[in-house]
Design a protein around this ligand. Structure first.
Ligand SMILES: Nc1nc2c(ncn2[C@@H]2O[C@H](COP(=O)(O)OP(=O)(O)OP(=O)(O)O)[C@@H](O)[C@H]2O)c(=O)[nH]1
Length: 498
């Protein structure tokens, strides 16, 4: 198992929770910022819609009405007779009364004052007319040029209200001639002055009324319009701010998403791909186990550990299987191949020899009087003899395809492919000789009372030549018969099968 570990690791679940918390936090911030703004925009729009716009419309309407009142005022100022003045005043009065339902005190007061100005103007005009009438009675028929001029002056003064300066100038113009020609001059002059004074009063009232009307008009048009304009400006600012916040929020969200994507790719996607590659790279027969780099998230690192453990386990299992297989093919005492392995190998080699037209030799080796040896020295020494014999046989089967096996009990076999008969017989003879010369000094020292230990073997040889009409069983029987013959002929010898 790998001991590698990353210093800083976090749980994937904790990280996901953190990301979720961050998203919720950003969302709450966005809500906290945008909701009051939206509420403000909504409230201001509502105020504009329900209050200011009607006020504006009403102000416009009222401004028009006051314009009309002003027109009446002008008309009254220029009216030629009392009837016109009266009609105009009545119409203006009706118009003014329509303001009765308005809650605006300034409007009410100002229009009432305008109406009062009209009344006053009409009253003064009435007085002028009376004075004119009185002055007309002063002049006897026929009228002199000066008197006619004076009458004309009166009518002028009456008909067209003129400024103080102008009336003074006219008065001077005509009065010089009258003073010289008419005995009525003092009275006429008095009337002229009275009428001029009234005219001046009317002028004064008219100017004042004009000023009032102008102020009222600007008051009406400015108040609601200003408020609406201010509110519209605020709404625009709020909307712009909201737009900026939305852009910021989108930018922040995009940055967070980008960072998360990068983190996900580096901390999740790439490690998972590496883990999958590691998993696929596991080979039971590989000399080294899979080793992977530690990863950031603990859960993935746990999987990495599991993959490394699995890789190690697979290799261990493979080795164990190999060992078990070897054991299943091996004789426990001597370490040579066992009977099962011998059977398989003989079948393979026999078929190979048949297929390729090669020679194959089989030696059956049996320890002579092994029962007696056991009985004399005991089974442990008997086992020792079996092992020493196995060592000798192992030594003679080093080439590929050659096999030394314990057939059973004290009986052994050698499979020797691609050797000539003479070569095989010589090898069998060398084995027999080597076995008979084995040194058992340690046993003899241990058992001084017993005769010295010696071991001899009988060997039966079967030899297959390409073209021989032999099957595997006959081949084996041939070796067995040869061994039997070696035993029968006195043991400690090599016999060739026929
Ligand atoms: N110590 C020991 N003895 C074994 C083992 N397997 C078989 N034997 C003994 O081998 C002996 C075989 O005796 P026999 O079959 O009579 O053959 P032999 O005494 O060798 O006589 P010949 O083969 O005719 O020379 C028996 O006494 C078995 O107990 C073993 O693994 N260890």
């Amino acid at each position: 198992m790998s001991s590698k570990s990353r210093r800083f690791q976090v749980h994937l679940a904790t990280s996901l929770f953190g990301v979720l918390a961050l998203v919720v936090f950003l969302f709450i911030i966005a809500l906290l910022v945008s909701v009051p703004l939206l509420q403000g925009i909504s409230d201001k729009s509502e105020v504009t819609r329900k209050q200011l716009l009607p006020e504006l419309v009403s102000a416009q309407r009222n401004a028009l009405k006051t314009e009309k009142i002003y027109a009446y005022l002008q008309a009254i100022y220029r009216a030629q007779n009392a009837l016109d003045e009266r009609n105009l005043r009545l119409e203006a009065q009706v118009l003014t009364q329509s303001f009765a339902f308005e809650s605006d005190q300034v409007l009410l007061e100002e229009t009432t004052a305008l109406l009062a100005s009209m009344r006053e103007m009409i009253r003064l005009r009435q007085e002028q007319r009376q004075l004119k009438h009185l002055s007309e009675n002063l002049f006897p028929e026929p009228l002199s040029r000066a008197e006619l001029a004076t009458q004309l002056l009166f009518s002028q003064l009456q008909a067209y209200p003129i400024s103080e300066v102008r009336s003074e100038r006219l008065h001077q113009l005509f009065s010089t001639e009258l003073r010289q020609s008419s005995p009525l001059w003092p009275e006429i002059s008095d009337y002229v002055q009275q009428i001029a004074a009234l005219n001046d009063q009317v002028d004064q009232i008219y100017r004042e009324a004009l000023q009032r009307q102008e102020q009222l008009a600007s008051y009406l048009s400015s108040d609601a319009a200003l408020k609406t304009q201010e509110l519209a400006l605020e709404i625009r600012n709020d909307v712009e701010r909201l737009g900026r916040y939305i852009v910021y929020f989108i930018l922040i969200a995009a940055c967070v998403a980008g960072v998360l994507l990068l983190v996900f790719r580096h901390a999740v996607q790439f490690p998972i791909e590496t883990l999958v590659r590691g998993l696929k790279a596991i080979r039971p027969d590989s000399p080294v186990g899979v080793e992977l780099q530690p990863v950031f998230f603990k859960e993935l690192d746990t999987i990495r550990h599991a993959i490394e453990d699995y890789s190690q386990m697979t290799r261990d299992l493979h080795q164990l299987n190999a060992q078990l297989h070897a054991l299943s093919q091996q004789d426990g005492l001597t370490g040579l191949a066992n009977r099962r392995c011998f059977d398989t190998t003989l079948a393979e080699e026999f078929h190979r020899a048949l297929r390729h037209g090669q020679t194959l030799s089989l030696l059956l080796i049996d320890i002579d009087h092994f029962k007696q040896l056991n009985d004399t020295y005991g089974h442990l020494i008997g086992d020792l003899c079996l092992k020493r014999l196995a060592e000798v046989l192992q030594h003679y089967t080093q080439r590929a395809g050659e096999l030394a096996a314990r057939f059973g009990g004290e009986e052994f076999t050698l499979i020797l492919p691609q050797m000539g008969l003479q070569q095989v017989l010589e090898m069998a003879e060398r084995i027999r000789l080597e076995v008979s010369e084995l040194n058992f000094d340690e046993v003899n020292r241990a058992y001084p009372d017993l005769p010295p230990l010696e071991m001899q073997v009988s060997i039966g040889v079967a030899h297959y030549l390409p073209g021989d009409h032999l099957d595997q069983e006959s081949f084996f029987i041939q070796a067995d018969k040869a061994l039997y013959r070696a035993k029968a002929e006195g043991r400690n010898r090599v016999c060739e099968g026929v």
